[in-house]
Design a binder for this molecule. Structure first.
Ligand SMILES: Cc1cc2nc3c(=O)[nH]c(=O)nc-3n(C[C@H](O)[C@H](O)[C@H](O)COP(=O)(O)OP(=O)(O)OC[C@H]3O[C@@H](n4cnc5c(N)ncnc54)[C@H](O)[C@@H]3O)c2cc1C
Length: 415
């Protein structure tokens, strides 16, 4: 930990973690004029960048609006595949439901993009910001909390950085969260998601398939070039076996599991595995520290909500800081307990709702007790017949509950 320093903070906001959520916050803060530093441990173009890999992310409509307002949607859109319909089923059983975007008066439920594309757009935009001190690769190794500022140490060693407010966007295993003494609960789902890109004899046509199996969900998502992003969730032991298969055997196993809805599976790219956990910080703020994105809550990808929710954390924080600066001027204390309390209150309903919904979905479809699968199928059938239930689900694309941040409505953060 660093030596005591009585000097003025060099920056207003220090963001630790320049993954999808931290980088989005850096862009969102730009119009506020706040001096911001972003500390990211991995070089942005490195293949090892954990946030910007080959995973596919389903972006909701609120996220698309936010990216439009942040000025990066035009770079993302050419490589984004719209989800025009969703087909949900319970593997090997009769229950299924269909959702058509046009029936809900929207063009698409969301857009599927690879994280690498998102990373490139965020990075290109960040390098143009005059108020942003980009420190990458630089790992945050020490956090010292003081009354008027927080001091961060980095590796490779540089002079400690003092900030009025530190934002932890350093992922589910957040070191800043731990250093600030903020507890988190962790639940291991004992599921591993194997993610791959697949080509088949029937190119993607805007349909996303979500099939629930006792081992976890199986999602097949359309990609912009006609290929599919496949997320196959398995128990850890089964995942290990599947990962060891040759490409040919893997495709055969995938075909056996998913069937022929998208025709014959022809080729597959690299496979990546993600052990799935639910992590949840018990409190979102500490002394001059705020948690956002996976540092606040890391969710199961079953409903494609983790990044969308994390972006709303970033959008809400940027909007709140913009309000404070506008009200109290550029010397406003943006890390005061009042500001942090307000952030917690604005995020509570959305965060709670999405976390419970996602966790509940994993547990409901993983439940094999007698009678439960039948009830589930009846539920899916009723859902298929109920426009109100479908409307409620399509709302998820915008945010779960509480106020939608200005960015999510396509507006700039400054009122
Ligand atoms: C298989 C899978 C599929 C998913 N699909 C979807 C989807 O369809 N839709 C959706 O909304 N979400 C999805 N998600 C969730 C989404 O990927 C995450 O919510 C999102 O990546 C969280 O971003 P983040 O920036 O908060 O954290 P991360 O992506 O974990 O980024 C954290 C960053 O912090 C950096 N860092 C860590 N420690 C330090 C340190 N000490 N110093 C400096 N830098 C540090 C890391 O290098 C990294 O760049 C999916 C997740 C998985 C696993």
């Amino acid at each position: 930990m660093s030596a005591v320093n009585t000097g003025e903070p060099q920056v207003d906001v220090a963001i630790v973690g320049g993954g999808l959520v931290g980088a989005s916050l850096a862009l969102a803060l730009a119009p506020t004029g706040l001096k911001t530093a972003l500390i990211e441990g991995v070089a942005p173009d490195a293949n090892t960048q954990p946030s910007f890999d080959d995973r596919t992310t389903a972006l909701g409509n609120g996220t698309r609006r936010s990216f439009e307002a942040l000025g990066i949607w035009s770079q993302v859109a050419p490589k984004a595949a719209p989800i025009r319909r969703i087909h949900v089923s319970d593997a090997g059983r009769f229950g299924f439901a269909r959702l058509e975007a046009s029936e809900h008066g929207i063009d698409a439920f969301g857009y599927v993009v690879t994280n690498r594309v998102l990373g490139a757009a965020l990075r290109a935009s960040m390098t143009t910001l005059p108020n942003l001190d980009l420190r990458m690769p630089a790992k945050c190794t020490g956090v010292a909390l003081h009354e008027g500022y927080v001091e961060l140490e980095t590796e490779p060693a540089a002079a400690p950085l003092r900030a009025r407010l530190v934002v932890a966007a350093d992922g589910a295993d957040s070191k800043v969260r731990a250093a600030a003494g903020l507890a988190a609960t962790l639940e291991d789902y004992r599921q591993v998601a194997i993610v791959s890109h697949v080509r088949s004899s029937r190119p993607a046509d805007g349909t996303a398939y979500e099939r629930f199996t006792p081992d976890g969900p199986f999602a097949v998502l359309p990609l912009f070039d006609g290929a599919y992003g496949v997320v196959w969730t398995l128990a850890p032991e089964a995942a290990e076996r599947v990962l060891a298969l040759s490409d040919k055997d893997y495709l055969a196993a995938l075909q056996g599991e998913f069937g022929w809805r998208i025709g014959r599976l022809l080729s597959v790219g690299k496979r990546n595995a993600y052990p799935l956990k639910l992590s949840r910080a018990e409190t979102l703020t500490g002394q001059r520290v705020v948690l956002i994105g996976n540092a606040a809550q890391g969710l199961h990808p079953v409903a494609g909500q983790g990044f969308n929710l994390g972006l709303r954390d970033a959008a809400t924080l940027a909007e709140l800081l913009a309000e404070i600066v506008r009200r109290d001027g550029p010397r406003a204390d943006i890390g005061s307990p009042d500001v942090l309390r307000e952030f917690v209150s604005r995020r509570a309903a959305d965060r709670d709702g999405v976390t419970r919904f996602t966790d509940g979905l994993v547990k409901l479809f993983g439940d094999t007790r007698p009678g439960v699968p039948l009830l589930r199928d009846l539920g899916l059938l009723l859902f298929d017949l109920s426009p109100t239930a479908k409307q409620a689900l399509s709302r998820l694309s915008w945010g779960f509950a509480g106020r939608t941040p200005r960015l999510g409505r396509g507006l700039g953060v400054m009122p």
